[in-house]
Ligand binder design. Structure first.
Ligand code: B3K
Ligand code: ZN
Length: 880
């Protein structure tokens, strides 16, 4: 397949001014009539008019009122090219599509009898012929026609301007979107849906209509999404001065969806997972996820829709920025400083768990990629989460007010345009009169930089030297890297654990935390008036997406964990301490050592954990995070040669040691963090549940009667899904007598709640004892289907990504299974298949025996006939 390069960008030969569409919706054959008015782009004389189309049957094509003869155009490889078109063109196109056969869930498709669309990135071309690229922005008017009984609700972007009956049992609705938009933001929904609606008054006094549409029977699960939407609207007004520009804003939930949600103008379409919630079916994490995704899609209305991307290489322009905005929104919704810190830790955990491995693997790419084969493969943690870190660094460098000035200038300059990442950087630089030239390297170079710290204290001169060096490993296609512009937030602790006032040589005093700007390969920063040897706290608040290498002693780490005023680094110190211990033990296990009880005698770690557990003045949520060991995936990234079974054994062993050494403390934490009374998903209550449930998960490691009873009792008495699910997980991962019965009662109770059945599959997919055989058996369950992305993700991704020690079984059975499922999914839904294909990204990091089997599985997939370019790109790059 063809590789598309950023350097080849050329503007379109024609602009589209208006789009009128008429849909005759029918699941088997939907007829789409499109009228486009187009104007030649003055920069492209003599070029032909180019439209994209995929899986379409072309019925009619007319230009300026006359049918186009077969000689006036060519149609191949998804491209319709019209020669010698005049400067002003009205094109009329009639096409047919087959929504009920569309299992890719791109373009127009059917889910549970209703119609939905997904057009980003290149799905609009599956609906009609069109210059389907984000720099072509047009005004849309859409008429939907369908059977009134089967499809009583007809929705599209913008405002409803007309509706009525057609006489033959059919009806119609006409929607007009007052704003110009790229085709990827087009949407329609038709079917049997009901909505919760509210009128909402904006700060300006203007009243808007908000709606959350769901299938009948789900109206008891929409309140949280509605509340989140109202909070998002208010937050964007307050924090960025951005107002909702439409009179009507709709969210629609759909059960079959490739990703989380989609920001179509005025008509956001959401995976049910990010809409439906009530205490019976949703966990605290689900509630938080809904708030952040509702926020994310809403915030796209300005960052993405009003100002969009020139081309798909600029994807992070809207995604990185919008993730940053949703992260800040969620943090502000918690409201407390410690809550903000916990949110920050959570976000960094995601970055380390998923983005760092991506950046070190065969699919590594810059935040602004230079090439792609299939753009859908580039909706990655790098574009989203690293992109958000890049945006966050502007705020760290320029301050909150400086960042706001940059945002204001960005909208002032680019409202209504399709622009590049460089335009955003220029707005930030110009609004603050700063030179951000070097900062561009964050967009153009892939890979996670490493920052190494060296220190020197001179007691006589009372000077403290901090030397920071940076380097970045090679990534595919980029052997050598130039130094990045890295904001490094630092503080210095005195021996009492308090922050010292900072005097950086040549600078005015700057409080107790300051941002150092590392721009060279190596730089020394000298602090004066330093009365004693400090303990440095570097990269506070995780001020840059880098790997920080610093030699602390265990005692220093324990000291930071107990004292650092920066909650992020306080957490980080505990993670380093635990990581160090786990890596030591893993080496022991690999050397053939059998872990015995006294290997768990680790006074510094145990006592730090005890202190944290007993530090009841700290937020429960913070303590939960501080007491959670780094995940198996994160440990694996620290090893030169990954041994999944050894990692699993060691992590479990350490958890058991901590469970037994701190048994009483866990029990006290468990008892004192109960949340009796009516369930509320607010951050404080969720934090308490989190710590209580972490305590349960430690105690169940002991697998004794007391722990079994605790888990079973919690399972039986829970009044919310969070407690229910954690208790069930504990039972399933123990030898508790009630575990099989609990799995059954859970299934029976929630049989009709698809999102809960997803959890039921997921928890079994990730259970310790679940091997390939068990997964195959689960696939035969009547509730399993590969066609529904949520279900496929629960079981297959749950196993392949969330159960490393079983997936990497030494006999290679996990890989054979993986290959089978990638191939099966490829035929149904290439996007989902390509995601699963990423599970073997890091194959070169494993022992030679495993490597060989992984390579064989990758080759098996690569050699399969009829592979989508989505999957082909992933496996080809993996094998390269
Ligand atoms: N913009 C969409 C993602 C579309 C993915 C297409 N494969 C959701 C979001 O980021 O908000
Ligand atoms: Zn987004």
């Amino acid at each position: 397949p063809q590789t598309i390069y950023r350097k080849d960008y050329t503007p379109p030969s024609y602009w589209v001014d208006t789009v009128e569409m008429g849909f005759d919706l029918d699941p088997a054959i939907t007829r789409v009539a499109t009228r486009l008015t187009m104007t030649r782009n003055r920069d492209s004389r003599n070029k032909s008019l180019v439209l994209c189309g995929e899986a379409l049957e072309l019925v009619q094509l007319r230009m300026n009122g006359k049918p186009l003869t077969k000689r006036a155009y060519t149609l191949h490889d998804g491209t319709l090219e019209i020669f010698n078109a005049p400067d002003k063109v009205t094109l009329e196109i009639e096409t047919l599509t087959h929504p009920d056969r569309n299992t890719s869930l791109m373009g127009l498709y059917v889910s549970n009898g209703n119609f939905f669309t997904q057009c980003e990135a290149e799905g609009f071309r599956k609906i009609t012929y069109f210059p389907d690229r984000p720099d072509v922005m047009a005004k849309y008017t859409v008429m939907l026609r369908a059977d009134k009984k089967k499809y009583p609700v007809l929705l599209s972007n913008g405002n409803l301007i007309e509706e009525g009956d057609l006489g033959d049992g059919r009806h119609y609705a006409v929607w007009e979107d007052p704003f110009k938009k790229p085709s990827y933001l087009f949407a329609l929904v038709a079917g049997q849906l009901v909505c919760q609606e509210e009128k909402y008054t904006l700060q300006s006094g203007r009243e808007v209509l908000l709606q959350v549409w769901v299938e009948e029977g789900n109206l008891d699960k929409t309140q949280h999404a509605m509340d989140s939407l109202k909070n998002s609207i208010r937050w964007d007004e307050e924090r960025f001065g951005l107002e909702l520009d439409l009179d009507r804003f709709m969210i629609v939930a759909v059960g079959d969806f490739n990703m989380g949600a989609m920001e179509n103008k005025g008509l956001n379409i959401f995976n049910t997972k990010y809409v439906l919630a009530n205490p019976r079916i949703a966990t605290d994490a689900d509630y938080a996820g809904i708030e952040s995704v509702v926020g994310h899609e809403y915030f796209h209305n300005w960052t993405g829709n009003r100002v969009t991307c020139r081309d798909w290489f600029q994807l992070s322009l809207k995604e990185g920025l919008t993730v940053f905005r949703d992260q800040e929104f969620s943090a502000d919704m918690i409201g407390t400083d410690s809550g903000r810190a916990v949110k920050r830790i959570e976000d960094v955990r995601v970055l380390r768990q998923a983005q760092f491995p991506e950046d070190a693997g065969p699919m590594a790419h810059p935040v602004r990629p230079d090439s792609y084969v299939e753009i859908n493969n580039f909706y990655t943690v790098t574009i989203y989460e690293k992109g958000s870190e890049v945006v966050r660094m502007y705020q760290t460098l320029l301050g909150r007010d400086g960042f706001r000035k940059g945002m204001d200038l960005y909208f002032q300059r680019h409202d209504g345009q399709a622009v590049e990442c460089d335009d955003f950087r220029a707005a930030m630089a110009d609004a603050n009169d700063r030179d951000l030239t070097q900062f561009e390297l964050w967009y153009s170079q892939a890979g996670t930089p490493r920052v190494t710290v060296d220190t020197h204290y001179d007691p006589v001169g009372r000077k403290y030297e901090l030397t920071l060096s940076q380097s970045c490993p090679p990534t595919p296609g980029e052997d050598r890297k130039l130094p990045f512009h890295i904001p490094v937030k630092v503080g210095l602790l005195n021996s009492h654990g308090s922050d010292m006032p900072l005097h950086l040589e040549g600078h005015a005093q700057a409080g107790t935390t300051m941002v150092l700007e590392l721009t060279k390969e190596k730089q020394t920063f000298v602090f004066t008036d330093v009365p004693e040897q400090p303990v440095p706290s570097i990269l506070r608040d995780f001020s840059a997406p880098v790997i920080l290498e610093i030699d602390y002693t265990d005692v220093e780490l324990a000291f930071l964990m107990a004292n650092d005023s920066d909650p992020f680094n306080r957490w980080e110190a505990g993670q380093r301490l635990a990581m160090r211990r786990m890596l030591e033990l893993t080496r022991d296990v690999q050397d053939g050592h059998v872990l015995a009880d006294d290997d768990g005698d680790e006074p510094v770690l145990t006592e730090s954990f005890r202190a944290m557990l007993d530090a009841t003045a700290l937020d429960s949520a913070f303590r939960e995070f501080a007491l959670t060991l780094p995940s198996e995936t994160v440990i694996a990234e620290q090893m030169d040669m990954v041994d999944p079974q050894a990692i699993h054994t060691v992590r479990r062993f350490l958890r058991r040691s901590l469970a037994s050494a701190l048994r009483i403390d866990w029990l006290v934490a468990y008892q004192s963090n109960r949340t009796p009374g009516t369930y509320s998903p607010d951050a404080a209550s969720a934090g308490k549940r989190g710590l209580k449930n972490l305590a349960l998960s430690y105690m169940i490691e002991l697998d004794d009667i007391e722990a079994h009873v605790l888990a079973q009792t919690q399972y039986d008495n829970a009044n919310n899904m969070t407690d229910r699910l954690v208790a069930l997980t504990a039972l399933v991962n123990s030898n508790a007598p009630g575990k099989v019965a609990a799995l059954d009662t859970f299934y029976n109770e929630f049989e009709n709640e698809a999102l809960v059945i997803d959890k039921w599959f997921m928890l079994q997919a990730t259970a310790r004892t679940t091997d390939v055989k068990a997964v195959r058996k689960l696939m035969k369950h009547s509730a399993f289907t590969l066609k529904n992305p949520n279900r496929a993700r629960s079981l297959l991704f749950g196993f392949c990504n969330g159960n490393p020690s079983q997936f990497h079984a030494v006999d290679g059975s996990g890989y054979a299974f993986w290959a089978e499922q990638v191939i099966a999914l490829n035929a149904i839904n290439p996007q989902v298949a390509a995601r699963l294909a990423r599970s073997l990204d890091r194959w070169r990091k494993y022992a030679p025996v495993l490597q060989g089997k992984m390579r064989a599985a990758l080759k098996q997939v690569a050699d399969t006939k009829g592979l989508s370019k989505d999957v082909l790109e992933v496996v080809t790059k993996s094998l390269a």
